[in-house]
Ligand binder design. Structure first.
Ligand code: T5A
Length: 221
């Protein structure tokens, strides 16, 4: 069997806290490896470069004497994203690597657009001016209710600045995710409320189907 030459692709895992993105990212990487893809980069957002990781710390930290404004928050998220895209993702794709990211721009649309209620047109123009036409090839959105997702992360004991938001905030984020997913065929929805093994099976099915549709043939390894 011949493997068709395919350049690097950008796959993103999305969803609320506790959706299971960390495990899903590893599941995706394993499936890609089984298809003979060995050069896989797995960044997280915000983060994934030294500068972006410093911004991540600032974004997650709560400073009561200087509360982070919504505008500063989104500018920091985009500053981190631009660093990651320009210094890590684009060079990786250019050499033919596959990138499996934990969160990307859809998170900003859902959290800052839906959760914070920032103006959609302003957000779209910010995104377009900073990212141009750069988009993931495939997004796997792990769907879970805010109640169930927060319950899973609660066992960690401590909450960062965003995790301290109200249930109403996460409900708005969830609703916006569902709306965005419904309007974009490059996003596949996975039922993340199931036990881990079933979530992994569903990810496998979706990813294999997408790889076939993209013309990727499994290497005879
Ligand atoms: N943010 C980010 C924005 O507001 N805007 C943006 O543009 C971006 C990029 C990032 C924060 O920044 C915000 C969103 C976030 O609040 P983070 O710490 O990276 O902060 O937060 P998350 O990305 O949400 O990471 P989490 O660890 O909270 O969520 P995961 O990765 O989805 O969850 P995971 O895999 O760690 O699982 C959590 C627990 O649940 C269990 C796991 O074993 C683990 O214990 N679990 C399951 N249990 C039972 N059944 C299953 N199917 C399970 N799946 C996982």
């Amino acid at each position: 069997m011949h493997s068709k030459m395919i350049t690097g692709k950008f796959i993103v895992i999305e969803g609320l806290e506790g959706a299971g993105k960390t495990t899903a990212r590893e599941t995706v990487a394993q499936i890609l490896r089984a298809h003979g893809i060995s050069d896989i980069v797995q960044p997280r957002e915000p983060g994934g470069t030294p500068v972006a990781e410093k911004l991540r710390e600032l974004i997650k930290q709560r400073i009561d004497s200087d509360p982070l404004t919504d505008k500063a928050e989104i500018l920091m998220l985009y500053a981190a994203r631009v660093q990651l895209i320009e210094n890590v993702i684009k060079p990786a794709l250019a050499r033919g690597a596959w990138v499996v990211g934990d969160r990307h721009d859809l998170s900003s649309q859902a959290y800052q657009g839906g959760g914070r209620g920032m103006d959609s047109k302003w957000m779209a123009s910010l995104r377009d001016s900073l990212l141009g036409s750069f988009r993931p090839d495939l997004t796997l959105y792990l769907d879970i209710s805010p109640e169930q997702g927060l319950e899973r992360v609660r066992s960690r004991g401590s909450f960062d600045r965003i995790e301290q938001e109200s249930l109403a905030f996460f409900t708005r984020v969830h609703e916006r995710y569902l709306k965005l997913v419904a309007g974009d065929s490059s996003i596949k929805m996975i039922n993340a409320a199931q036990p881990l093994a079933q979530v992994s099976d569903e990810i496998q099915r979706e990813l294999k189907q997408w790889l076939e549709m993209s013309g990727f043939e499994k290497k005879n390894v």
